[in-house]
Design a protein around this ligand. Structure first.
Ligand SMILES: C[S@@+](CC[C@H](N)C(=O)[O-])C[C@H]1O[C@@H](n2cnc3c(N)ncnc32)[C@H](O)[C@@H]1O
Length: 229
């Protein structure tokens, strides 16, 4: 169901799958130019954490595949995205770099992953959770396809709870929504609430990532208890 929020008690803005898909189809030609540099520190940190674990990795919202050349060669990566145009760029990148560790790239909704339970050692989502219409549903799916003992690693916006940053994020929200972004709906309490209700998941790490402390690298671990339950 589309996520419709009320802003300032008045304006309503739609944030459904079609709107997001179209937004990223439009971003595809210039995405790397605009977001390549600004997000690069976060990507490197997330992939370093992934490379330490190894095995089979699902990268959800892989976009133009900008992170794919950073994975260690012995990992096996499956990339998914909702935008065909973004994925076309990713496919081109795989060919250009001659990457041999990419198992597949497929159009798939983060909220309905077409993989069996416990399929991956790492599920990775970089700057994606706040882009999907129902983030908690996507997080549930990420946890489902992760094997016990594996890690869910997300790079994500954590909105301010109060103060000037919160004021700015709330004002920016209506402007950036049509572009496929959300700024003000992701205080840490939202992630914590998801975690509290997610059986067999625990917080492994939460680390601020540049620029400006708006984003965090968050690692969740799937406990073995989940497998036994
Ligand atoms: C901000 S971009 C991040 C792309 C890439 N991960 C990166 O680090 O540059 C968000 C990506 O999430 C994808 N996306 C948005 N909603 C999605 C959904 N429901 N399922 C799968 N991918 C989605 C978009 O198409 C886009 O490629």
């Amino acid at each position: 169901m589309a996520d419709i929020i009320k802003l300032d008690g008045a304006r309503q803005l739609d944030f459904d799958r079609e709107t997001v898909e179209q937004a990223y189809d439009r971003w595809a030609p210039v995405y790397d130019l605009v977001f390549g540099g600004v997000f690069s520190k976060g990507r490197k940190a997330a992939i370093a954490a992934t490379n330490k674990i190894g095995g089979r990795v699902l990268e959800v919202g892989v976009g133009t595949g900008i992170s794919l050349p950073l994975y260690a060669p012995h990992l096996r990566i499956f990339g998914t995205d909702i935008s065909e145009a973004m994925l076309q760029k990713a496919k081109k990148r795989v060919d250009e770099f001659g990457l041999k560790n990419i198992e597949g790239l497929a159009v798939m909704d983060a909220e309905n992953l077409e993989f069996p339970d416990d399929s991956f050692d790492v599920v990775m989502a970089q700057y994606v959770v706040t882009a999907v219409p129902n983030p908690e549903k996507a997080l549930d799916e990420f946890a489902r396809v992760l094997r016990p003992g594996g890690e869910l690693i997300i790079l994500t916006r954590v909105s301010a709870d109060a103060g000037m940053r919160r004021f700015i994020e709330q004002r920016l929200q209506p402007v950036v929504r049509p572009l496929g972004f959300r700024t003000a709906e992701f205080a840490w309490s939202r992630y914590a609430q998801w975690l509290a209700g997610a059986r067999g998941m625990e917080l492994a790490e939460r680390r601020l990532i540049p620029p400006l402390g708006h984003f965090s690298l968050v690692r969740f671990r799937k406990t073995d208890v989940a497998a036994a339950a």
